[in-house]
Design a protein around this ligand. Sequence first.
Ligand SMILES: Nc1ncnc2c1ncn2[C@@H]1O[C@H](COP(=O)(O)OP(=O)(O)OP(=O)(O)O)[C@@H](O)[C@H]1O
Ligand SMILES: [Mg+2]
Length: 261
Amino acid sequence: MTATVPLLAVRDLHAGYDRVGVLEGVSLEVPEGGFVALVGSNGAGKSTLLRAISGLVSSTAGQIVFAGQAIDNAAPARIVERGLLHVAEGRRLFRAQSVLDNLQLGLWGARLPKAEAAARFDRVFTLFPVLHERQSARAGILSGGQQQMLAVAQALMHAPRLLMLDEPSLGLAPAVIDQVLDAVVQLRRDGCAILLVEQMVERALQIADTAYVLQNGRVIGHGAAADLRGSDLLRQAYLGAGAKGLAPTLPSTSTSTRTTA
Ligand SMILES: Nc1ncnc2c1ncn2[C@@H]1O[C@H](COP(=O)(O)OP(=O)(O)OP(=O)(O)O)[C@@H](O)[C@H]1O
Ligand SMILES: [Mg+2]
């Protein structure tokens, strides 16, 4: 049996800001079409890892391979062109521009044939009908949930093979969180691989296939998402960190969860 090559492979990655190291040898894989959750307490390095993968933070050692090509320290625009999209924390939109303009700006530089561009608009409007209804509204007046949908939709205009999302539920009401995460599940069904950073740990582990637990810039364990739910490993990662979204009474650690020292 031949081993399948992952869509994204991060190997022994070291990265940080100026002289401050944050990631200290992180390895992680996302299979083609897979759904991977990345969890860990505040300051663990989750956002830094996504930034390093998308080229926004330089790595000092290690390797990042996407779709068979090394992308470590490649220009962010080149990484986007290859189909690796990052929806950053905090819904960065052109607030004074309309929904439609924001989507159009998402396509900036892509030079797509008209029919393909139209197909991409159709796709995001099918996934988020509310954006179709509000296409002329300024992004800045949308609700938080609609803004998050627009941020995701903007990334989808690039027809990603892998979408990385950094805490899409942040600041949203529970019903709206469900809408946003349901859309992420739908995207995955449509064949897009997902790397999800989420503070709603329980929700993330319900919808992902596998999960990685990050602590102090290191992966302290990974395994099937279902096995990690309620595990001691997860408790350890969140100890003293106010584990938002973690139910207090969950089954104990499964033996199939691998831990890395
Ligand atoms: N722009 C920056 N410049 C310097 N240090 C930073 C910067 N951004 C993050 N850090 C530091 O890097 C470490 C990891 O932060 P990061 O934002 O990656 O964590 P996180 O796991 O995403 O946390 P959170 O759950 O709070 O979003 C922290 O110590 C943080 O203070
Ligand atoms: Mg973060």
